[in-house]
Design a protein around this ligand. Structure first.
Ligand code: ZN
Length: 128
C-alpha cells in the first residue's frame, strides 16, 4: 500500500495488523489520529505516518443503556473520550471491566459517604 495513503481505511488496516499509527504534520509536527484531510492546527495536508503507543488517559466515559438500534444487542456498553499520550483525543468504546457491575449502580442506588467535604461536593457510593 502506498505510504501517502492517509485514509481512515489505512489507519484501520494498521490497527488490524496490530499497529496504532497517526499522522504527523510535516509543517507544525502536530500528531493527528484518526486521520483527517488537513492538520487541525495549521491546515497543512502534508503528513507522515508515525507510531503511537496506544497508552492513554481516560478523560470521561458514560454507560449507554438505550443505544441506537444497530447496537441494541450490545447494551449496556461504555463510550469514552481517551487522550493518547501523544496528544490526540478519540471517542472510543471502553471495554475490559465489569460493566454489569457498574450498571448495578443505577439499579441498586447509592448512599451518602460521611466524610469531610472541603470542596462542598458530597460523595455517594454504590450500594453493591
Ligand atoms: Zn500542522
Amino acid at each position: 500500500m502506498e505510504t501517502d495513503d492517509f485514509s481512515i481505511k489505512r489507519f484501520l488496516k494498521y490497527i488490524s495488523e496490530g499497529e496504532l499509527k497517526g499522522l504527523k504534520c510535516n509543517k507544525c509536527s502536530n500528531i493527528i489520529a484518526p486521520p483527517r484531510l488537513k492538520c487541525n492546527i495549521c491546515g497543512s495536508s502534508e503528513f507522515k505516518w508515525v507510531d503511537l503507543s496506544g497508552k492513554s488517559r481516560l478523560l470521561t466515559y458514560t454507560i449507554i443503556h438505550v443505544p441506537p438500534k444497530k447496537f441494541a444487542s450490545e447494551s449496556p456498553y461504555a463510550i469514552g473520550i481517551v487522550q493518547l499520550d501523544e496528544g490526540p483525543r478519540l471517542e472510543a468504546r471502553i471495554t475490559g471491566f465489569d460493566i454489569n457491575k457498574h450498571a448495578q449502580i443505577l439499579k441498586n442506588g447509592v448512599e451518602l459517604v460521611f466524610e469531610p467535604i472541603p470542596s462542598g461536593i458530597l460523595s455517594f457510593k454504590p450500594l453493591i
